[in-house]
Design a protein around this ligand. Structure first.
Ligand SMILES: NC(=O)c1ccc[n+]([C@@H]2O[C@H](COP(=O)([O-])OP(=O)(O)OC[C@H]3O[C@@H](n4cnc5c(N)ncnc54)[C@H](OP(=O)(O)O)[C@@H]3O)[C@@H](O)[C@H]2O)c1
Length: 239
């Protein structure tokens, strides 16, 4: 999450300096355009080879807000490359390294739009549904190996994402826009609560649990030898 318009390296360096002086932690920056395969590979290599890295926040992403009809193909490709391809490569690199070391934490940033494909742009929400799916699959593989996995589904949050997607966030009803600090604090609290899925604004996580349990109950019925009775030839004729 970020603010102001400066060159990416300057912004990284400024933030690193702020963290060093503000909290005394050691900070190293690594610049990468995660829509470029060589840059993704460089970051993945670092994740694989540096045992000091014990946590990855897979946060980088861009959005498209308008309808799918008329969406610019290059922007779609860039978004999918960043939100899906890079996220996957980095998640898998971290998962592989953390599993081998028997410890580590992977946090993937999705969106509530993973659960609401009818809202905004279906390709953007699709990338975020992918991140949710990827994380749920990774959780199953990683939790027996001692690695923590969390996917965060923020609702509308006041960041540069909206302006970068060509939308003035002030047009959204103020009651549905969260401030960044509130969102990040809630996400970290969700991590402390050992949640795999964190939805910062959802009042009761039981609602999510019910939805997820219903989904899991469907699984044994989704691949069977015979088609359902409603698709039988005579059923089609009588319809
Ligand atoms: N804001 C919301 O309402 C909202 C809601 C749900 C989910 N999310 C998700 O939250 C995550 C963070 O977004 P944000 O809201 O904080 O937006 P943001 O302020 O625009 O930040 C996006 C981040 O992604 C980085 N990034 C963009 N393109 C990149 C590229 N090609 N290579 C490497 N890094 C790149 C940006 O780095 P630079 O600043 O250096 O470009 C920045 O750090 C995203 O995954 C987004 O989908 C946001």
């Amino acid at each position: 999450m970020s603010a102001g318009i400066r060159l990416p390296q300057t912004r990284l360096d400024d933030l690193a300096a702020q963290l060093r002086t503000g909290s005394g932690v050691g900070v190293e920056t690594l610049r990468a355009d995660l829509t470029v395969a060589a840059d993704v590979a460089q970051v993945a290599q670092r994740l694989s080879s540096d045992p000091a890295i014990s946590l990855l926040v897979n946060n980088a992403g861009i959005a498209m807000i308008g309808p799918l009809i008329g969406s610019e193909p290059q922007r779609l490709e860039k978004m999918i490359s960043l939100n899906v391809v890079a996220v996957t490569q980095l998640a898998v690199a971290a998962a592989t390294a953390f599993a081998a070391r028997g410890r580590g934490t992977l946090i993937n940033i999705a969106s509530v739009l993973a659960l609401a494909p009818e809202r905004y742009n279906g390709a953007y929400s699709g990338t975020k549904a992918y991140v949710l799916n990827l994380t749920q699959a990774l959780e199953q593989e990683l939790s027996p190996r001692g690695v923590r996995v969390q996917v965060v589904l923020p609702g509308a949050t006041r960041t540069e994402l909206w302006a970068r997607a060509g939308i003035d966030i002030s047009y959204l009803p103020p009651g549905m826009v969260m401030e960044v600090d509130e969102m990040v604090d809630a996400a970290l609290a969700g991590l402390d609560l050992c949640e795999t899925v964190t939805i910062p604004s959802l009042p009761d996580m039981l609602e999510w649990d019910v939805l997820n349990t219903m989904r899991l109950d469907l699984v044994p019925l989704l691949s069977l030898k015979y088609a359902a009775a409603r698709y039988a030839e005579d059923a089609t004729f009588s319809a």
